[in-house]
Design a binder for this molecule. Structure first.
Ligand SMILES: NC(=O)c1ccc[n+]([C@@H]2O[C@H](COP(=O)([O-])OP(=O)(O)OC[C@H]3O[C@@H](n4cnc5c(N)ncnc54)[C@H](O)[C@@H]3O)[C@@H](O)[C@H]2O)c1
Length: 263
């Protein structure tokens, strides 16, 4: 068994979701204690049980990352429960609607930015303040290939993930004097899973020049643009996240690793 994270405490947001859970399990397999944060209670409980089955300590924290006071409180509770936070996977996110920019709903735009950017910023702020005191820590922010090249019909999501890449670069500079590394990962087309199915369906329904109105064709069109000619799987994400969080990456900060099959 690898023990890169023995005696480390990792906080994972969006831990009730596919990528949060897969990463929690990987960190647990390598010895980390896990603080799981999400807004959906039953998903969080299911993740906690699966992480505990790996034989490590896990605690869950119901929290809406868009509520800055709730984030402050949740982070304080994690520190009180575990004594410290060594690692942060800042992963909670929402994909938003699919529509061309001239038809994109302003309220949905604001909601996506609130969760994916302001929410992630609040978590980053609270956890990094704790890490600054300890002069140690490693953070991975969840971006996306939508934050590397703007995909059609995803104005809010693309803008939010570009923001996460920028926030990662600035935070890596602000926190470097305190021995805290901040990196990002950008998954591309990952499937099967909720986000993939939703994306294929909703892109087909936009009826724009980029995609067929037949979801089966849309799926082929999307994968056709990937040099490795397939979707990535959720299980291909935790390797990059755990590498960046670990002491295998002690001289790496401010980077954004694309997990995208060559896109
Ligand atoms: N799945 C993909 O294809 C893909 C690709 C690139 C990037 N991402 C990013 O990866 C991250 C995780 O996505 P996933 O695929 O696991 O999706 P998911 O929907 O399974 O998980 C997202 C989790 O975030 C939680 N969440 C949403 N809003 C929240 C809030 N306000 N407060 C707290 N928690 C909240 C949800 O409850 C959910 O459990 C997201 O940031 C997403 O944008 C996903």
């Amino acid at each position: 068994m690898k023990t890169r994270f023995k005696d480390k405490v990792a906080l994972i947001t969006g831990a009730g979701g596919d990528i949060g859970l897969a990463t929690a399990l990987r960190l647990a397999e390598e010895g980390a204690s896990i603080a799981l944060l999400d807004i959906v209670e039953d998903k969080l409980a299911a993740s906690k049980a699966k992480v505990e089955a790996k034989g490590v300590r896990a605690e869950s924290y119901i929290c809406d990352v868009t509520d800055a006071n709730a984030v402050k409180d949740a982070v304080a509770r994690v520190i009180a429960d575990f004594g410290a936070i060594d690692l942060l996977f800042n992963n909670a996110g929402y994909q938003g609607a699919f529509a061309p920019v001239h038809k994109y709903d302003v309220e949905d735009f604001a909601r996506v930015m609130d969760i994916n950017v302001t929410g992630a910023f609040s978590v980053l702020k609270e956890v990094s303040a704790h890490m600054v005191e300890r002069k140690s820590g490693s953070i991975v922010n969840m971006a996306s290939m939508a934050g590397v090249g703007g995909p059609p019909n995803m104005a809010a999501y693309g803008a939010s993930k570009f923001a996460m890449v920028g926030l990662t670069e600035t935070a890596s500079k602000d926190l470097a004097p305190y021995n805290i590394r901040v990196n990002a990962v950008s998954p591309g087309l990952m499937g099967p899973g909720f986000m993939w199915d939703r994306q294929v369906k909703l892109q087909s329904e936009t009826n724009t020049q980029y995609f067929s109105t037949d979801p089966k064709q849309t799926e082929k069109q999307m994968i056709g643009g990937v040099p490795l000619r397939r979707c990535g799987s959720i299980d291909e994400i935790p390797g990059a996240v755990s590498f960046l969080l670990s002491d295998d990456a002690t001289y790496i900060t401010g980077v954004n690793i694309r997990i995208s099959g060559g896109e």
